[in-house]
Design a protein around this ligand. Structure first.
Ligand SMILES: Cc1cc2nc3c(=O)[nH]c(=O)nc-3n(C[C@H](O)[C@H](O)[C@H](O)COP(=O)(O)O)c2cc1C
Length: 185
């Protein structure tokens, strides 16, 4: 199983990116997790969204197309998802209702320094995914609260309970991805 991990943060020391790297270490041997960096994705512009796409956008579309599932970790910016992530999903969402996102099983995570762990951003992300016909894993939720205290200086999750929960989440998520009929193009 090939999973594509997308962080909604471009920050080098992003907690969301660290969370995805931790998730990659908590999947069983049948699954691999590749991280896609959104840094080179330009702002969506319908004038350049033709048969030929900007190079970074085409790379994103190809990576999504070839993945069995997506794993998105989003920061919460002003109670929503960052523009960086929304922009990437907007590119990936075309043609409407028939894009690479359609039918692509997707897990949603978040990490935030607040005690809510970015839960409000997850709600908005669910709405965006619904608009793109992207099925998302419903439960359990994975929201990493007080993320600035969650990792050691090597980027590893310090709390055993959190690592166990992540292990269970990834087991359930990958099982669900395997059960999905992928209908995207
Ligand atoms: C513009 C902006 C808005 C933010 N708004 C929220 C917010 O509404 N809720 C929240 O929990 N954290 C908010 N934060 C804090 C981020 O969750 C925090 O910076 C987090 O570490 C970003 O994720 P990252 O470490 O993956 O870059 C905001 C940060 C920025 C830069």
């Amino acid at each position: 199983m090939k999973l594509l991990a997308i962080s909604g943060s471009l920050r080098k020391n992003s907690y969301n990116t660290l969370l995805l790297k931790a998730a990659a270490e908590h999947v069983n041997q049948d699954a691999s997790v590749e991280l896609f960096d959104l840094a080179d994705i330009p702002f969506y512009n319908g004038d350049v969204d033709g048969d030929t796409k900007p190079v970074a956008v085409q790379a994103l579309l190809d990576a999504i197309r070839h993945a069995d599932g997506l794993l998105i970790a989003t920061p919460e910016y002003n109670y929503s998802i960052p523009g960086v992530l929304k922009n990437a999903l907007d590119w990936a969402s075309r043609p409407a209702f028939n894009s690479v996102l359609r039918g692509k099983p997707t897990g949603i995570m978040s990490a935030s320094m607040s005690t809510l762990g970015g839960a409000r951003a997850q709600i908005h992300l669910r709405d965006v995914l619904a608009a793109t016909l992207t099925p998302f894993y419903l439960a359990p939720d994975f929201a990493l609260a007080t993320s600035h205290q969650a990792f050691d200086d090597k980027g590893r999750l310090v709390d055993q309970g959190t690592r166990d929960f992540l292990q269970n989440y990834m087991a359930g998520f990958t099982q669900w991805v395997a059960s999905q009929q992928v209908t995207s193009r």
